[in-house]
Design a protein around this ligand. Sequence first.
Ligand code: IMP
Ligand code: MG
Length: 172
Amino acid sequence: MSTVQVMFSGDEVRRRIERIAQEMREDYSDKNPLLIAVLKGSFVFLADLVRAINMPLEVDFVRLSSYGSGTESSGRIKVVHRLGTTVKGRHVIVVEDIVDSGLTLSFFMDELRRRRPASLRLCALLDKPSRRIVPVSIDYLCFTVPEKFVVGYGIDCDEKFRYLPEVCYLED
Ligand code: IMP
Ligand code: MG
């Protein structure tokens, strides 16, 4: 039976989000950026991020599925829910919960690049570089994390733990 341990408190997360929101405000003033959140894990992060940015922007959502149930990547990426917004000519920021192997994001960033956005950047709550298979460059990052299975703050294990207000991890 695994236990849930806190990795970053709600306050720590809020402070980091304030910092990257400030950078985004400077980088995107008057650009009306389009934030594309990768569901489901990034929904809490996106909600806190847009309110911290507090500047005109738009949001849309995609759902990409790389994990089946459990904690190991299946290595196969499916687009489960497509974008409803035109990307061409837009300043796009992809908002992801956690970059692990990098397979999901490199697939999706390539797909977006083909649609000719005016600019394309990646914002991630968490980076787990120890498990990277495909290189991914993260433009706005809150935290680098060790090789633990993270849950909470929107992130799940088999749909559980998304409600936790802190970024936590499962300990065996
Ligand atoms: P990647 O394609 O391996 O980079 O997988 C990225 C996706 O896998 C993330 O967006 C998460 O949805 C999920 N994932 C990766 N590591 C974790 C974790 O520690 N906890 C929960 N989900 C994770
Ligand atoms: Mg995700």
